[in-house]
Design a protein around this ligand. Structure first.
Ligand code: NDP
Ligand code: 8X3
Length: 261
């Protein structure tokens, strides 16, 4: 028996989102599956035509979000769970060499997208005093590394936004969790980040057993079925093959300005 029924998942056309939709549908939830690539969502819905409902949506476009929420059929209109999963990293260059356009796309998708989705769905939850917002952050939100400048900062936003939402919804039955995964394989994430360059993607996962989309999906299912009185504030997860690195020190840094004039 599920306490919640209707789930909206962003980024459902690939990776985590795709598996989250499949597993939740299999477990009796009604799933509003959203992403930009409608044909992928249609494929996803074929497996569970009575439980998965595909809608094309770009989370950067607030008008589209509002239109979707306002036009949902009756049986889907009372959204119980929002999974803010859509997101991306673009590039691995240091800040000084990064593209501003890439930075803006990450901010618009990972930050503005989450904010806009939440702003559209939260009032439905408040009115019913029932709801659960599950945000997909990343270990990159709290562990700095080279080339993660804006991606990691956007996930730090997701984490703090999630925890601040817990404060704002105090006194209601609404729950909020941020999931912070580490290295995950079998998604499009690294292909998107590295502009489809398979030769650069393959070494990232070579000789590892990384987290799988199914692992994220089973975590979301566990959260969705958890007791109503219990809020899991955050979950940080890594594959066993990954761990913390620690601060780095660079030797022989030059502070000589004489050549720079
Ligand atoms: P994928 O690239 O496989 O999937 C990303 C999904 O987001 C796709 O469905 C894509 O669909 C959707 N998406 C991207 N931009 C938009 C947009 N503007 N509007 C709507 N949907 C969009 O990535 P993952 O499944 O690996 O990642 C899912 C989430 O998990 C992301 O937030 C990512 O940052 C995070 N994460 C990933 C990790 C990893 O190692 N894979 C680790 C930690 C966190 P479409 O292109 O059709 O719109
Ligand atoms: C993706 C995880 O470690 O590649 O969010 O930044 S990592």
């Amino acid at each position: 028996m599920n306490h919640y029924k209707v789930v909206l998942v962003t980024g459902a056309s690939a990776g985590f989102g795709y598996e989250i939709c499949r597993l939740l549908a299999k477990n009796g939830f009604l799933v509003i599956a959203t992403a930009r690539r409608k044909e992928r969502l249609n494929e996803l819905a074929k497996e569970y035509p009575d439980s998965i409902f595909p809608y094309a949506l770009d989370v950067r476009d607030n008008d589209s979000i509002r239109n979707l929420i306002e036009s949902l059929p009756e049986k889907l209109s009372s959204i119980d769970i929002l999974v803010n999963n859509a997101g991306l990293a673009l590039g691995v260059e240091k800040a000084q060499n990064s593209s501003l356009e890439n930075w803006k796309t990450m901010i618009d998708t990972n930050i503005l997208g989450v904010v806009q989705m939440t702003k559209a769905v939260l009032p439905i939850m408040i009115t019913r005093n029932c709801g659960y917002i599950i945000n997909i952050g990343s270990i990159a939100g709290s562990l700095p590394y080279i080339g993660s400048t804006v991606y990691g900062a956007s996930k730090a936003f997701v984490e703090q936004f999630s925890k601040n939402l817990r404060c704002d919804t105090a006194g209601t039955a609404i729950k909020v969790t941020v999931i912070k995964p580490g290295l995950c394989q079998d998604t499009e994430f690294s292909y998107v980040r590295l502009n489809g360059d398979k030769e650069k993607v393959a070494p990232i996962y070579a000789n590892t057993q990384s987290i799988l989309p199914e692992d994220i999906a089973s975590t979301v299912l566990w959260l969705a079925k958890g007791p109503m009185h219990l809020n899991i504030n955050e979950i940080e997860m890594m594959p066993v093959c990954q761990t913390y690195g620690g601060p780095s020190v660079t030797r022989n840094v030059s502070f000589d300005l004489t050549d720079k004039d």
